[in-house]
Write a protein that binds this ligand. Structure first.
Ligand code: PMP
Length: 359
């Protein structure tokens, strides 16, 4: 937009409008661009939603989402007071930024990471200091810990990182927690179930640790919008206060019922996430056969580049063949493509299309 309406707050003018290009309304696409899980949720989710609907929808849902928070807490050996639930982990992250990072010092994030962290920071007027990842796109933990120890508003890390898929061991997280005792270290574990190491067992020992997870990826429930945060009760209370002050909606009755059913179906969870990891390993080898460099991934996507082909051109050529992958026109990663793990058939279609394009 060229002119900004005078009615807008100045900070709104600086926000980039969301371009819904990654969710085109075209049938029969091989859609490997937004890290959805192609296997769908546990069949029990649909029964639970139907049952919840049959109970009636005329009443508001539980403002505290207690049943869902108890279900999450029980799985992790936590208490309900250590769990916060929100409409997707994006909402949880936004509340956490508001609750913890509006401080005098800057918030520390890696320069290559989930792009929404900077959006939330901008939204709430939080200054960010971007710490450079190394040439292998790995987060430099000693540098980050040293910078954190010198004073900061907090640290946000995605583990595994997005869009690289590279995971960090728990001792790296512990190092950050120790360096940043007065502020929150937020670990976004959106992709942790695909081979990463969760920081949830560290919560009892670290009053400054907030772990955020989602049901969008490993539970294949992106359409239901359920995310959660776990941490000691004083952190969860802050999130609850923000949510109440914004008068944000609690999870609706159908989403809560579906999420609980998804959490209970351990067999479906185990089967589908192993399937994703197995397909990921196979696709890695196939892409390497086509001369792609594939970063080691602990997520449901691969971050790849080709030594001889421009990434934007490859993404466009794939799109012309009805295969969607993600290209980021950003410094340092403009030569990479992010490819979500699809079904075996979808991945074969991708490899065939790439073989065709590369000749
Ligand atoms: N964190 C990361 C690192 C992500 O990639 C995403 C989704 N793209 C999210 C959080 C948000 O996921 P959701 O709101 O669906 O829970």
């Amino acid at each position: 937009m060229s002119t900004v309406p005078s009615f807008w707050s100045p900070r709104i003018a600086a926000l980039e409008p969301y371009v819904p290009g990654e969710q085109p309304r075209i049938a029969k696409l091989v859609k490997l661009n937004t890290n959805e899980n192609p296997f769908g949720p546990s069949p029990q989710v649909f029964d639970a939603i139907e049952w919840a609907a049959s109970e009636g929808l005329e009443r508001y849902p539980d403002p505290e989402s207690v049943a869902l928070r108890e279900a999450i807490a029980a799985r992790q050996g936590l208490h309900c007071s250590q769990v916060f639930a929100g409409n997707g982990s994006d909402e949880v992250l936004a509340h956490a930024f508001f609750a913890f990072f509006q401080q005098a010092e800057p918030l520390l994030i890696p320069d290559i990471t989930y792009s929404f962290y900077r959006v939330y920071a901008q939204l709430y007027g939080i200054a960010c200091e971007l710490l450079p990842v190394d040439e292998g796109l790995r987060i430099d933990i000693p540098a980050m810990a040293a910078r954190a120890a010198a004073g900061c508003a907090g640290v946000v890390i995605a583990n595994p990182n997005a869009p690289t898929g590279i995971g960090l061991p728990l001792d790296a997280i512990e190092r950050l927690l120790a360096a940043c005792r007065q502020r929150v270290v937020l670990v976004d574990e959106a992709y942790v179930d695909f081979g990463g190491e969760s920081a949830l067992p560290l919560i009892d020992r670290h009053p400054n640790l907030l772990v955020v997870q989602t049901l969008s990826k490993s539970r294949s429930l992106a359409g239901l919008r359920v995310g959660f945060a776990c941490g000691q009760a004083h952190l969860i209370e802050a999130l609850q206060r923000v949510k109440n002050s914004f008068n944000s909606y609690p999870l609706d009755r159908l989403a809560s019922a579906g999420a609980i059913a998804a959490l209970e179906d351990e067999a479906w969870f185990a089967h589908t996430r192993h399937e994703v990891m197995d397909i990921r390993e196979g696709l890695t080898l196939q892409l390497e056969d086509l001369d792609f460099e594939v970063l080691p991934s602990q997520a449901n996507f691969l971050f790849v580049r080709h030594p001889a082909h421009d990434a934007a051109a490859l993404a466009a050529a794939l799109r012309a063949r009805a295969v969607l992958v993600r290209h980021f026109d950003r410094p340092r990663i403009a030569q990479y493509l992010r490819i979500s793990i699809g079904t075996r058939d979808q991945c074969s279609a991708l490899v065939d299309a790439l073989a065709d394009i590369l000749g």
